[in-house]
Design a binder for this molecule. Structure first.
Ligand code: SAH
Length: 224
């Protein structure tokens, strides 16, 4: 493994330990850390940002959007408690980095992005890097992706004003959904929603976060 990725993993471990009282654990699942260790984050940012690719921070990916902070990617992935036979939905493909991490851990990833240029670029990128168990769609993830539901896990990587009902409906019993909830550009709360065997949901606040907003309408301004 490259020394820059090792440094990033060490920074994630440090932040996990620092936030242990909030997140309820001092270490993440080693499988999640191994998956992150295998993905070259530099391939998911523009060439001029490569020097910062393994910093533990978000970076711009164009169209006012960002690739999330590695610690947050690791934490959200860990919260999903993924298993190799799982089918996962991601809302907000962005750069495709989170999808690449998920793809190491599960059978199939479905990912939706509303900005066509980002969706097309990340689909091409993931294909060329050989992530073959990821399927893409350009559209509004607020409504989920009903054709492949129900999902073992759903991850929303943009902040919603509330937990979209369609996503709860598309979650399996026993499934887990992680989503930042809050007003655009205000402090948000990362929430874990668990659906029990009876189909009842249980919600837990994990940690304060800052995400770009989840758009509830599909139409995209051509200028991004
Ligand atoms: N997971 C991404 C981070 C993406 S940032 C990564 O690893 O790089 C959030 C993304 O969500 C943005 O690309 C934004 O365009 C997208 N988004 C916002 N609202 C959406 C919606 N309703 N449906 C699908 N994608 C949405």
């Amino acid at each position: 493994m490259k020394s820059s990725i090792k440094r990033m993993l060490a920074e994630i471990e440090g932040e996990v330990a620092y936030t242990r009282s909030l997140i309820g654990k001092s270490k993440l699942d080693p499988r999640v850390m191994a998956a992150i260790g295998k993905v070259s984050r530099e391939m998911f940012v523009s060439p001029d940002l490569k020097d910062f690719a393994y910093d533990n921070g978000p970076l711009p990916i164009g169209y006012g959007q960002t690739i999330s902070q590695p610690y947050i990617v690791a934490l959200m992935t860990d919260l999903l408690q993924l298993e190799p036979d799982h089918i996962v939905l991601e809302v907000g493909t962005g750069s495709g980095y989170q999808a690449a991490v998920l793809s190491q851990l599960v059978k199939q990833v479905f990912t939706i992005e509303r900005i066509p240029a980002l969706a097309d670029a990340s689909a091409a990128r993931l294909k060329s890097l050989g992530y073959s168990n990821v399927q893409y769609r350009t559209g509004n993830g607020y409504d989920g992706w009903p054709e492949h539901a129900p999902y073992d896990a759903i991850i929303v990587t943009a902040a919603a004003s509330h937990v979209p009902q369609a996503l709860i409906e598309q979650l399996k019993s026993g499934g887990r959904l992680v989503i930042p909830v809050g007003l655009p550009y205000m402090p948000q709360e990362l929430m874990l929603v668990e659906k029990d065997a009876q189909g009842k949901t249980h919600t837990r606040d994990i940690l304060g976060v800052a995400f770009v907003p989840l758009q509830e309408e599909t139409s995209v301004n051509k200028d991004g």
